[in-house]
Design a protein around this ligand. Structure first.
Ligand code: BES
Ligand code: MN
Ligand code: ZN
Length: 500
């Protein structure tokens, strides 16, 4: 979808559709006044009909308004004038994006007269408009048969009409929004791809193809043999149960001198999680195609960063494996040695995410990272704790946690912190090994994070549990959300130029 900024006037030619914002006080913006004059007062009169209350997100379409050049004048409710904050703005942006996506039009004009989000600038406003239009118009069609004609979305162009002094900031936002949308879309595509398509090898191939598209990116892939040499006994204990070979995929973004410490993102990439020998129940097991959303969002964030080109270094690592039960699979009670030298008693093979991540966390020490953030659909328990609104953040560094949460607030791709106090660590102490991979019924998300913390002692680190935020499983709305690409991108951009 192409976005552009145009002067705050209507073109001479006919307009297929114009969106006009309207608060619940029905006061006309300057563009609305202009159209009202053209229609000799018709617009104001229709607005006052009780059909339209001005409630946030409500739409009213007026066809062929007499005296105007408009085929459709779409009135968009903005709610109370002094309540158009960041959340409200996103609500109305999503509402208009959804209301217009099935219209048989190619071009949509949106008047931004009077539309400003409190506490946010026009760059943010444009970014969010682009992001939410792209979200609303996203379809996963790769798996439809050739005969199936998906209902086409014809809308390709959106023009934002605004006074000249807003143009620069809006254009900047459009650029950011476009880069973000590309990253979110690729994250969704990878996440939605089923387990028989999106294997570790497929992820590796996609990462190599990504690096071919951008000069600033390089991709390296470690195979199982190389991981064996590195002593990644925890990672391999997961992948060995599957016929699909595990891959550690490293995507490096170079935007600053090689001496500048990189920020590292590590993604859980379990391309399907059956639970292994600790097999999951059948109902709903398909959802575990989404157990690679962490890897997908790392991939998407690297793409967005490559599009934007900040002066910093970023490394993305995708820990990709399939968790299967087989004659070669790990069994409950097995004890493995991790790359760090610490041993782990695998009491439940379904707690596999921490096993692939712990070796990835040790591996990334070699990059001498400024910070490390891992992103994982790690626990069902986090869905109980925070639902689908916020991702969970755990950290050994208050500033890193604060930065992630602030990036979530700014983008509204929100996150909230949970503790990893030392006192929780006793839950994963093991009688036979250095630790066990489960911590009992209590505080499941925290004990999972505590496990990872034992492998992240050498740098500033945070873990994000995105099991509740990265995908939806309900009915026709099911699918990946692309979260937290927006949060991670904002987090990284805020750090540009800050690490020596
Ligand atoms: N991939 C799951 C967590 C998950 C659950 C993600 C629901 C998305 C939606 C993870 O590997 C897992 O199975 N975790 C177990 C941990 C338990 C065995 C300690 C869980 O949450 O039940
Ligand atoms: Mn599992
Ligand atoms: Zn899993």
């Amino acid at each position: 979808m192409q976005f552009s900024v145009k002067s705050n006037t209507l073109p001479k030619s006919r307009v297929p559709a114009l969106v006009l914002g309207c608060y619940d006080d029905f006061k006309l913006s300057s563009m609305a006044k202009h159209i009202d004059a053209q229609s000799t007062g018709h617009l104001a009169k229709l607005l006052k009909r009780d059909d339209f209350t001005g409630k946030a997100g409500q739409t009213l379409t007026l066809h062929d308004l007499d005296g105007t050049t408009l085929d459709r004048c779409i009135i968009l409710g903005l709610g109370k004038r002094d309540e158009l904050d960041a959340d409200r703005l996103i609500t109305v942006a999503s509402a208009i994006a959804n209301a217009t996506k099935s219209l048989p039009i190619k071009k949509l004009l949106i008047s931004l007269d009077d539309v400003r989000a409190s506490e946010r600038d026009d760059t943010w406003l444009a970014t969010k408009l682009v992001e939410h239009f792209n979200d609303a118009n996203y379809q996963y069609l790769a798996m439809k048969g050739k005969q199936t004609k998906a209902a086409p979305i014809t809308l390709t162009t959106v023009e934002l009409l605004a006074d000249a002094d807003r143009s620069k900031a809006l254009k900047k936002g459009i650029k950011l929004g476009a880069a973000l949308s590309l990253g979110k879309a690729v994250a969704k595509d990878l996440s939605n791809a089923p387990g028989n398509v999106c294997t570790p090898t497929y992820l590796a191939d996609q990462a190599k193809a990504l690096a071919k598209q951008y000069d600033c990116l390089t991709t390296t892939v470690l195979d199982e043999k190389q991981m064996q040499k590195l002593g990644m006994g925890a990672f391999l204990s997961v992948s060995k149960g599957s016929d699909e070979p595990g891959k550690m995929i490293i995507i490096q973004y170079r935007g600053a001198a090689a001496s500048v410490k990189p920020h590292v993102l590590v993604g859980k990439g379990i391309t399907f999680d059956t639970g292994g020998i600790s097999l999951k129940a059948g109902a709903g097991m398909w959802e575990m195609i989404y157990d690679m959303c962490g890897a997908a969002t790392v991939f998407g964030t690297l793409k967005t960063i490559a599009e934007i080109g900040p002066k910093m270094n970023v490394v993305g690592v995708l820990a990709a494996a399939e968790n299967m039960p087989s004659a070669r699979a790990s069994k409950p009670g097995d004890i493995v040695t991790t790359m760090s030298g610490q041993t782990v008693e695998i009491l439940n093979t379904d707690a596999e995410g921490r096993l692939v991540l712990c070796d990835a966390l040790t591996y990334v020490e070699k990059f001498n990272p400024a910070t490390v953030v891992d992103i994982a659909t790690l626990t069902g328990a986090v869905i109980m704790a925070l639902g689908s609104q916020a991702s969970a953040v755990f950290s050994n560094d208050d500033e890193v946690a604060r930065n992630l949460i602030a990036a979530g607030e700014q983008t509204r791709d929100r996150a909230w912190q949970l503790p990893i106090w030392e006192t929780y660590q006793t839950q994963i102490n093991s009688a036979f090994a250095d630790m066990q991979n489960i911590g009992g019924r209590e505080a499941g998300s925290i004990t999972a994070a505590c496990f990872l913390a034992r492998f992240a002692k050498k740098y500033r680190w945070a873990h994000m549990d995105i099991a509740g935020t990265s995908f939806k499983w309900a009915g026709t709305k099911k699918g990946a959300t692309g979260r937290p690409v927006a949060l991670l991108t904002e987090y990284l951009l805020q750090l540009e130029g800050q690490s020596a």
